[in-house]
Design a protein around this ligand. Structure first.
Ligand code: PLP
Length: 513
């Protein structure tokens, strides 16, 4: 039996300090010398692989300066700098001092919070954080742990949240005590054409959809001119399905779509669901009414500001709602907050108790066991991240963060509108601006889209900034550039500078390939 070369606590302390210094130096450099970095990694496929040995080391080594040198040599060239002030792609993924420190503490404590009994602090801190955040977003009391049948939980991602919501909806519809005979209960889920692909994926995993392309069991509803779900079309689709004997069981309202942050009307969608339920006789043993899930993955963060809570108007009629503090609320990935008003429905769908997990507290029914609220069994102590972040920034600090980006995005929109070569391609609802170069004289939509793709590629290849695109539907749709203003370090002056680069690059893109 060989020696197990554990890292001594002294070595951990020394290297840990160096690692914290490394991160702080990196963040300093992003702030002070942003031009040193190519925001989008220039690595080509296989570059990182080639820099790594094919075989693992047989003998351990003392981690130290070699490791830090390898991080610089092997890892950093393959990093796209999500924390760079000129990162405008996708949605932001804020990483901040307090959340990273909480992540470190979570790792160091190394607890598994699957049951209350496996670490009471892990559960109870999470319960309180979800109540704090629910209050900060203005969610109705029915979603908080203090209500009779509601509460919140941290999921890994919005995709996980959609899946558990859909599974709860499936079980509620089928009725636990009256399972439908095979093939009898054909379930249908609804979301807009602009909803995130995680909704279709949830239906694939939940066994509702026969593959990604199944548009019988997942209906993607057309959007209006603001790219919000057309509720008339939703009502028609649900009626059609009910008339054909299928069961509308799940509707996702997206608040802040991925493409252009369009906002579906939660209240109107809830009205359609209620109307359909009132016309559909309830098969014995099954509940009527589709489960309404609100996916506010990105936009939910804005609702910490009272002036943006209107995005969630109607949420009091939803069954579940989620948002990702790991996007725009200064908490590093992963951290999705998910609330439901039907905790019993959720846990009925997800609970299974093998003997080895039985314990007195759970048996007494006096505690929350979050394993019953999620897909996996094990869970990390992620509530520490929310606790550190909310304590560090305070509610007012979080609001200031959101408001600064909203104002910078409004300025960006006005600069785009002020340059006749460009057009804004979707209503700006929050911190995302969608825009493109207008077609040149004689240019058709295909040539216009190609020109805008050249503009996007040129900007990304410059390394100075990173942004992504969307293809929006409808007559005014097509290829559009999107700039999401939400980085921890992104200030108005960065956005102004980046807009100058877009204008410069536009001059090249209009010249042709
Ligand atoms: N929903 C919306 C509206 C999103 O924009 C995204 C990602 O950007 C997601 C869901 C998926 O998020 P996650 O990576 O947390 O699953």
């Amino acid at each position: 039996m060989g020696r197990v070369p554990h890292m001594s606590n002294g070595e951990f302390r020394a290297l840990g300090h160096q690692m914290v210094d490394f991160i702080a130096d990196y963040w300093d450099a992003l702030e002070r010398e942003p031009g040193r970095f190519s925001v989008l990694s220039r690595a080509r496929p296989g570059d990182v692989l080639r820099a790594l040995p094919v075989d693992p080391p047989a003998q351990g080594e003392a981690l130290g300066s070699d490791l830090l040198a390898d991080i610089e040599r092997v890892v950093m060239p393959g990093v796209t700098h999500w924390q760079h002030p000129h990162f405008y792609a996708y949605f932001p993924a804020n990483a901040t001092g307090p959340s990273v420190l909480a992540e470190l503490l979570s790792a160091g404590l190394g607890v598994q919070g699957m049951l209350w009994a496996t670490s009471p602090a892990c559960t109870e801190l999470e319960t309180r954080m979800l109540d704090w955040l629910g209050g900060m977003l203005g969610l109705p009391g029915e979603f908080l742990s203090t209500s009779a049948n509601g509460g919140g939980v941290i999921q890994g991602t919005a995709s996980d949240a959609a899946l558990v919501a859909m599974v709860a909806a499936r079980e509620r519809t089928r009725g636990q005590d009256a399972p439908a005979p095979a093939g009898h209960c054909e379930l249908v889920a609804y979301a807009s054409t602009q909803a995130h692909s995680s909704i279709v994926k949830a239906a694939m995993i939940a066994g509702v959809a026969d593959g990604a392309g199944d548009r019988v069991h997942v209906r993607l509803i057309d959007v209006d001119s603001a790219f919000s779900m057309d509720v008339g079309a939703l009502a028609r689709a649900m009626r059609e399905d009910a008339a054909a004997g299928r069961v509308p069981f799940f509707v996702c309202a997206t608040v802040g779509t991925t493409g252009c942050t369009a906002v579906d009307s939660v209240g109107e969608i809830a009205g359609v669901i209620a109307d359909i339920a009132s016309r559909t006789p309830a098969p014995e043993g099954r509940s009527t009414g589709a489960w309404l899930h609100v996916d506010a993955a990105h936009a939910g963060a804005a609702c910490v500001c009272p002036e943006y809570r209107h995005f969630l108007a109607g949420v009091e009629r939803a069954d579940s709602v989620c948002f990702n503090p790991h996007k725009w609320l200064l908490t590093n990935f992963d951290c999705n907050c998910f609330w439901t008003r039907d905790r019993a429905g959720l846990t009925r769908a997800l609970s299974i108790t093998p003997e080895y997990l039985r314990n007195a507290a759970s048996d007494a029914g006096s505690v929350i066991d979050y394993r019953d609220w999620q897909t996996p069994l094990g869970r990390r102590f992620r509530a520490l991240k929310l606790w550190f972040v909310i304590r560090h920034y305070g509610v007012e600090g979080l609001r200031a963060h959101i408001r600064a980006h909203m104002a910078a995005a409004a300025d960006l929109e006005s600069w785009v509108r002020g340059d006749a070569r460009f057009e804004v391609t979707a209503p700006r609802t929050m911190n995302l601006v969608c825009f493109r170069l207008r077609a040149l004289a004689g240019q058709d939509a295909v040539a216009r889209d190609a020109m805008n793709k050249r503009l996007l590629d040129g900007l990304n290849a410059s390394g100075r900034m990173h942004l992504t695109h969307a293809v929006l539907p409808g007559t005014g749709g097509g290829f559009t550039l999107r700039m999401a203003v939400g980085g921890v370090r992104t200030k108005r002056e960065h956005v102004r500078e980046a807009w100058g680069w877009v204008q410069e690059e536009a001059a090249r893109a209009t010249l042709g390939p």
